[in-house]
Design a protein around this ligand. Structure first.
Ligand code: PMP
Length: 286
């Protein structure tokens, strides 16, 4: 079955789907995006992702390309045309196509593309062996709360991780605290059993999965605090994990050369990962 993508009003074969060379996303990274997971044919946390898109657009004064409800319809249509049961919907909005000039163009419609990706084993339980992360300096800009498509520092960091066989790179601010992964939020559980993640501010992207896991932690009565934590503290943590729409809650068992806890997925991580899996698998509205 061929993949179908949506480009500015048209559903096209993925291989033919293209935007103009003067799309400002292509020229300047002047756009924002979202990734929504689809599990058993249902979008996970659709509202949360659309709320964040609304915020990203508004912070950059990019217009909605279509209404919010029309976007919901388009997302479902892309999922339907791709027979997407388990996988990801990617959608991005750029400021539109205009003659190259830094200042914002006037009277130009924003541009929307949507694509789908199948990931059959998306909702499997996490590997108890976990993954390793490295730490690297955070070289990004000061508005990491906006989900911009300008991801070059994130790509450099992920590539650095990959080259040493690690799954993710945790970015570190000059004060020695971990901000987040290149495509995920970072969490630790201290030796006292307290769940810690950085508070949402301009320094991190407030993950939709992050917010959902916080809610689950509260429901489960897990001691929880939002505060920055240092690399040193992470080395000495009892457990660690990353979260994102596509990786759910994934145990981290090594940070740089330091084994975390006993080197296997910790108890609390397992609980939160399990409850998050139950959440994404729950039947949605008919
Ligand atoms: N931080 C960054 C930098 C990311 O790219 C992502 C993934 N989009 C996240 C955190 C996690 O966000 P979410 O849970 O909404 O996928």
């Amino acid at each position: 079955m061929s993949r179908i993508s949506y480009v500015n009003g048209r559903y096209q074969h993925h291989l033919d789907a293209a935007v103009h060379i003067e799309d400002r996303g292509y020229l300047f990274g002047d756009g924002v995006y979202e990734v929504v997971t689809v599990v058993n044919g249902q979008m996970v946390d659709e509202d949360g992702h659309l709320n964040r898109l609304e915020r990203s657009l508004s912070e950059l004064t990019i217009k909605w390309p279509v209404t919010r409800s029309a976007l919901g319809v388009i997302l479902r249509e892309v999922a339907r045309r791709n027979k997407l049961r388990n996988g990801l919907l990617y959608f991005q909005v750029t400021r539109g196509v205009a003659r190259r000039s830094h200042e914002f163009p006037k009277n130009v419609a924003s541009a929307l593309v949507v694509s789908a990706k199948h990931i059959p084993k998306l909702n499997n339980a996490p590997d108890p062996e976990g993954v390793s992360v490295i730490t690297i300096p955070d070289i990004r800009w000061d508005r990491r709360d906006i989900k911009t498509i300008a991801l070059l520092p994130n790509c450099l960091g992920k590539q650095q991780a990959k080259e040493v066989g690690a799954y993710e790179a945790w970015q570190v601010d000059p004060d020695g605290t971990v901000t987040e992964g290149t495509s995920s939020n970072a969490w630790i559980i201290t030796q006292d059993g307290e769940l810690v993640t950085r508070p949402p501010a301009h320094t991190i992207l407030n993950g939709i999965t992050r917010m959902r896991i916080i809610e689950i932690a509260r429901q489960q009565g897990v001691p929880f605090v939002e505060r920055p934590f240092s690399v040193e503290e992470a080395y000495n943590a009892r457990e660690a994990f990353v979260s994102s729409a596509s990786s759910f809650a994934k145990p981290v068992t090594k940070i740089d050369d330091q084994v975390v806890g006993n080197g296997h997925m910790g108890e609390l991580t397992e609980l939160l990962a399990q409850k998050y899996l139950e959440f994404v698998n729950q039947p949605g509205p008919a």
